[in-house]
Design a protein. Structure first.
Length: 318
């Protein structure tokens, strides 16, 4: 049985690209759904008239997970690991099937995420290092237009994700991460609105005056597991995580990221950095299970471009 996604479409009388924007692939990530709802209001009010093409918005892909306030629905499957799904499978597999069909119908794709309940993440946009140079360069352009401080190109070999569906269909696609910690950061919502409008302007779909560039760091890392954040720095035991560093800190190899201690058994383990770089994902939920990540370090020695941009005080009205 299909699980229809709640979509909103905006069409221009002139032909052009079909841009799909999704949020809420995980039910505890809120910046994306809030930004997409604000975008819906903007386009319904014709604040930004659509000059060409089609815009499809899906504020909450994984509604069962959202209703639970959890990363996953009741079947416990991660929607970002089971794409392209199974029309006869569990609820998450069926949603993945519907999402995959929708992605294949688009010409460009943006997927908005956050750190959810467990993590806080520095603002970033990312893409897979697609083997087709034309697709890859379009993704680079989209990520630059999205205009968040970090840009991360990662392994093209990770499967089960929304971007792997786009990869297989040769559809240029990016994802974004911002904030989290179980909150809905207003700055994250605004940055996401700007980012989507910037990409649409770069595609000629709307007229929009871009903010000054906020991009500071671009890294491309083609190692096999790059981009799989949940594998980074797993906790050796169940317990309470006490961090020694903060989001955005520059970390040196062998530095302590923090310690995990079990108040019942009194066992304590310190977790040390194996890399040098920026702590761009920090655990925000104190209780940690064995095997769960406590953070992610972005290795700055893999920098392919570095530039500093300015900002602006301009805001987008609600």
């Amino acid at each position: 049985m299909n699980v229809p996604l709640q979509t909103v479409h905006f069409d221009s009388p002139l032909p052009g690209p079909h841009l799909l924007i999704t949020g809420g692939v995980h039910g505890d990530e809120f910046e994306g759904p809030a930004a997409i709802d604000r975008l819906r209001i903007q386009f319904e009010s014709a604040r930004f008239p659509l000059k060409r093409g089609r815009l499809t918005l899906v504020p909450i892909v994984n509604q069962p997970a959202f209703l639970r306030g959890e990363r996953t629905a009741e079947d416990g499957l991660d929607l970002a690991r089971v794409c392209p799904g199974n029309p006869e499978g569990s609820i998450t597999e069926r949603i993945a099937c519907e999402l995959s069909q929708l992605i294949r119908s688009a010409d460009r794709y943006i997927d908005l995420h956050s750190g959810g309940r467990l993590f806080s993440i520095l603002p970033m946009s990312g893409y897979v290092l697609h083997p087709d140079e034309t697709v890859l360069n379009e993704q680079r352009s989209m990520a630059m237009s999205f205009n968040l401080p970090l840009i991360w190109g990662t392994s093209p070999h990770l499967n089960g994700r929304s971007l792997s569906v786009a990869r297989d269909a040769d559809i240029p696609a990016i994802y974004a991460e911002h904030s989290g910690a179980g909150q809905c950061n207003p700055q994250g919502v605004e940055d996401y609105i700007y980012g989507c409008l910037n990409v649409m302007a770069s595609l000629g779909m709307i007229d929009f005056v871009n903010r000054d560039s906020l991009v500071e760091l671009t890294i491309e890392d083609d190692r096999p597991e790059s981009g799989h954040m949940q594998l980074c720095y797993p906790s050796p035991l169940m317990g309470l995580f006490e961090p020694a560093v903060q989001l955005g800190d520059h970390i040196k190899q062998e530095a302590s990221l923090g310690r995990v201690f079990d108040p019942v058994t009194h066992r304590t383990e310190t977790i040390h950095a194996r890399q040098s770089g920026i702590l761009f994902v920090a655990r925000s939920f104190t209780r940690v299970k064995a095997g769960e990540s406590v953070g992610v370090i972005l290795e700055t020695d893999r920098t392919s471009e570095f530039r500093v941009g300015g900002g602006s005080d301009e805001t987008i009205p609600g």
